[in-house]
Design a protein. Sequence first.
Length: 63
Amino acid sequence: MATQAVLLGAAASCAVAAAGAAWGDSRRTRRHDPDAVGLVDWRTLQLIAIAAALVLGALAIRA
């Protein structure tokens, strides 16, 4: 039970990170110069966070 709770918590934190990356990407697209180089690639970060949340969620279901 404890392992499942840890995995679900990690999946939830990845989901929150993905939501934050979506917010960051939407801010980037609405700024005055959307092609300006930024520090963080929000779309890649969002993709990685979603993939990690799916994997951790699947592992939590199996645990």
